[in-house]
Design a binder for this molecule. Structure first.
Ligand code: PRX
Length: 567
């Protein structure tokens, strides 16, 4: 039996009150995600249950019970309170997938402050843009990443505390730095959790758009209501499961379904803090007897590439339910997983902005390989005509995926950018920025994005951000950034560049520019190819026509070029 059961029955008369009741929450009462993820589970009699099995890249292993999560998150919370952090302040987590990242997140929420997780592979400029925009007060980081913070701290006057979670005393602490040891601190049996309510801000995740700098997607504590229920129904999480979500909490999957959902359900989850290798992943599943596995298409394609032979070396019979998110899941990947694991990957579709899964292939329902599945009960999803933002009355038409706002984990705004937020709505629909069609049975089929944002290995990269960074390289005069197809990552970043006088194209220059972007932004944003050109296609008003370059890379029709400058 699945937790979900039958689609039609679940949809009929659905109300989010069901989730509220299961969580023992009554509208108007205090709701604090930190409490739900630790203290409540202990109160339900599961204090000794394993919450987190953690393995580092050296093979080091640590296990934390729910009582440990409760006590250590209290340690974090008390430490922040003693530093003077107040409710509403932004506190950043800039760390690899160490236990402090998961538990610190819970601790920050207990103080009423807003957790701002950022991917630890970000270079200093990506970090700066996001800390500056959020006016972040404190950042938790590790020794290995602190040099990036040091390079930008003078430009961040509001960043009062740089907290190093693994300080070893070997080199002196610098300005605003403070050492903190989660396990070395005195346990805090009682912490006065800040009384947050449904609409109190909880998490700020930065996401990339086509134009302008990254936007801070702001969620609230009430998001728990839909994160809890979607995890229960879509990931089919049950009390005796061993769950593995491979996403990094620098991104929304890693917080919604890597921290909030499993901890609020009182599930045992495991985390592997190391890079990808098929062998290491299969070994991890075998060793921990993983039952529910939530991953991403790029990882699945990489596993496919590693071949079927390697799978036979491991006992993966514990796997019970598989799910995927972040990019289109190819039908071949679904068919492959049926062949090698005896079960399909279930696609789940959602966004940083939606906070929870909104369209999915439900457990127990027939999977149509290549389709994203059907809307979650309580989510009204449709395909809109781009000309009038009305839903297409008939199935089969390609249009914009629109969602009726109102589910608990819908973003509440873009941080300090209400205008961009308002611009996401038309005719009462929230526009996802994606295109799809719906078939006769109500299944959604993803077609593509409706903007220039690049989805590489499940991570969104803004062409604008990369173009801006490219212009800071001494040799670059102009740049245009588009995606190009890639068999594993689906898309990768490609840059077209014109050079300043005195510079000539060369392999060395290409590598130098690539490295410049990797360090400044991140390995994800680094162009995999730089093409040096004499000029870029522009409109008569001087706007670079990325569309033309994109079409060339994808072997598509170039379309209307009547506005092209050098026509
Ligand atoms: O374009 C869609 C793609 O990823 C975008 C959201 O990215 P982000 O906010 O970073 O959140 C990723 C994890 C929730 C979407 O607008 N996307 C996400 N899931 C799918 C997908 N594209 C196709 N199929 C999916 N299942």
């Amino acid at each position: 039996m699945t937790n979900f059961g039958n689609y039609e029955e679940r949809v009929k008369g659905f109300s989010w009150a069901l989730s509220e009741q299961e969580l023992g929450y009554q509208p108007g009462q205090i709701i604090n995600i930190g409490w739900y993820c630790s203290d409540r589970i202990c109160q339900l009699g599961k204090a000794d249950k394993t919450a987190l099995i953690w393995e580092g890249f050296t093979g080091e292993k640590k296990i934390f019970s729910y009582n440990d999560i409760r006590l250590y998150s209290n340690v974090f919370a008390q430490f922040l309170t003693d530093l003077g952090i107040k409710a509403g302040d932004r506190v950043c987590l800039f760390m690899d997938r160490v236990p402090e990242l998961y538990i610190g997140f819970v601790g920050i929420l207990k103080t009423g402050a807003i957790a701002q997780p950022l991917f630890s592979a970000f270079g200093e400029e990506s970090l700066f843009i996001r800390l500056e925009n959020a006016q972040t007060s404190a950042i938790f980081t590790q020794k290995k990443h602190v040099s990036k913070v040091r390079k930008i701290r003078e430009r961040l006057p509001h960043l009062k505390h740089i907290i190093i979670v693994d300080y070893d005393g070997k080199t002196p602490l610098q300005a605003r730095e403070v050492a903190f040891s989660m396990e070395g601190s005195k346990k805090v049996e009682h912490y006065d959790i800040y009384p947050t309510y449904a609409e109190t801000p909880s998490v700020l995740h930065y996401t990339s758009g086509t134009t302008g700098m990254p936007k801070g997607v702001q969620h609230v504590h009430y998001s728990l209501i839909s994160q809890y229920l979607t995890a229960k129904w879509v990931l089919d999480l049950k009390d005796d499961d061993i769950y593995w979500c491979t996403a990094d909490p620098g991104w929304v999957t890693g917080t919604s379904y890597g921290i909030i959902a499993p901890f609020s359900l009182g599930i045992t989850q495991c985390v592997l803090d190391s890079g990808f290798s098929a062998e290491a992943w299969y070994k991890f599943i075998e060793k921990n007897r993983v039952t529910v596995w939530y991953s991403a298409p790029t990882a699945i394609r990489s596993l496919m590439k590693a071949g079927d032979e390697i799978i036979k070396k491991f006992d993966l019979s514990s796997l019970r339910h598989l799910a995927s998110v972040g990019e289109p899941l190819n039908p071949e990947a679904v068919n492959w997983s049926i062949r090698v694991f005896g079960k399909p990957f279930h696609d789940t579709y959602w966004q940083t902005e939606t906070g929870c899964i909104v369209i999915t292939n439900f457990p127990g329902m027939p999977v149509k390989p290549g389709s994203m599945g059907r809307p979650f009960p309580g989510i009204t999803a449709t395909v809109l005509n781009p000309n009038n933002y009305e839903p297409y009355p008939e199935p089969g038409r390609i249009g914009l995926i629109g969602l009726k706002p109102g589910w608990p984990s819908m973003m509440r705004t873009y941080w300090n950018n209400e205008e961009a937020y308002k611009n996401k709505f038309r005719n009462g629909w929230y526009l996802t920025g994606d295109r799809a069609r719906i078939d006769k049975e109500g299944y959604f089929w993803f077609v593509g994005r409706d903007d220039d944002v690049i989805n590489t290995a499940g991570h969104l990269v803004s062409p604008f951000e990369v173009e801006s960074a490219l212009l800071e390289h001494p040799s670059v005069a102009e740049s245009a950034v588009v995606s190009k197809p890639d068999p594993i990552n689906m898309e990768v970043v490609k840059a077209f560049v014109t050079l300043k006088p005195g510079f000539t194209p060369s392999k060395d220059l290409e590598l130098d520019i690539m490295n410049f972007i990797r360090k400044k932004l991140s390995p994800l944003a680094m162009p995999q190819e730089i093409e040096f050109v004499d000029s870029l296609p522009k409109t008569r008003s001087g706007k670079i026509m990325r569309r033309i370059l994109h079409a060339k890379e994808w072997g598509e029709e170039i379309g209307d070029t009547s506005t092209l400058e050098n026509d």
